[in-house]
Design a protein around this ligand. Structure first.
Ligand SMILES: C[S@@+](CC[C@H](N)C(=O)[O-])C[C@H]1O[C@@H](n2cnc3c(N)ncnc32)[C@H](O)[C@@H]1O
Length: 243
């Protein structure tokens, strides 16, 4: 199975994932309609931005997206170019290749690591950051099944309170922050393997070979007890750069 892009349709029938109640992509469409220059960070295969632009009543005159992972740069370019979006390959953790105050909207769904000072820098005064982030200990039932109990520091990384503090330290004003914990079910071991191969940072260095006994035991457990249940965490962030 290809693992590039960010299309999870292959999981249909094999895994289920509850989605946050706020409907990020539809809300993003509304924000895009009110923006003149917009930037989407860590756009992945571009699917979310493409969907939101398809729903937006009006598109910003200037649209850019960044992506660090080469296979996704190509995929996102193909999808987003017809919508007038330039996809820029930007290495992970590198400064954004844009001038100060270049955008009035910066968005992202599930950025790898939000760089708050760079987000604040490229926003014009009065501009907004609108994003859905992965929260603390997301799908950790599965992570800890393979890796064992994780230290508190790892479990609380990505906590919304920490992100609020980091955003404020960068000079942004957090005007909205909502968090949800959502049920995810893995109905067979193939879904577990595909998930861990796609979301490569969950169990670093994951291969079927390296985790064969644990996978076999989990396969038997799912057969005997039913789906493996885990919980993802998400938060919706809206931050403004003061005028
Ligand atoms: C969690 S994805 C979110 C992408 C997109 N914003 C979305 O919501 O569909 C965030 C980033 O993970 C990175 N990524 C995805 N698969 C990867 C892989 N196999 N190896 C390294 N990085 C990967 C990509 O750079 C991507 O921008």
């Amino acid at each position: 199975m290809p693992t590039e892009g960010w299309d999870f349709s292959w999981f249909a029938g094999r895994a289920t994932e509850a989605r946050p109640s706020w409907g990020y992509a539809v809300s993003l469409a509304g924000r895009l309609a009110g923006a003149d220059a917009a930037l989407d960070l860590d756009t992945g295969g571009g699917e979310v931005l493409d969907f939101a632009l398809g729903r937006a009543a009006r598109a910003p005159a200037l649209l850019a997206a960044t992506e660090p992972w080469a296979p996704n740069v190509a995929e996102a370019t193909e999808l987003l170019r017809p919508r007038g979006v330039v996809v820029v390959a930007v290495p992970q953790d590198a400064p954004l290749p844009f001038a100060d105050g270049a955008f009035d909207l910066v968005s992202s769904r599930h950025p790898v690591r939000p760089d708050w000072s760079e987000i604040a820098r490229v926003l014009r005064p009065g501009g907004a950051y609108f994003a859905q982030h992965v929260g603390p200990a997301s799908v950790f039932e599965l992570v800890e099944y393979f890796l064992g109990p994780q230290p508190e520091e790892v479990r609380t990384a990505r906590h919304p309170d920490r992100e609020r503090a980091a955003a404020e330290a960068a000079g942004l004003e957090v005007v909205g922050l909502r968090a949800e914990r959502l049920r995810t079910e893995f109905h067979d071991i193939a879904a577990v393997v595909h998930f861990l191969r796609k979301v490569v940072w969950m169990v670093p260095g994951f291969t079927v070979e390296a985790y064969k006994p644990a996978l076999r035991a989990l396969h038997e457990r799912i057969g005997a007890e039913g789906p493996f249940v885990a919980h993802s965490t998400r938060h919706l962030v809206e931050a403004r750069k003061p005028r």
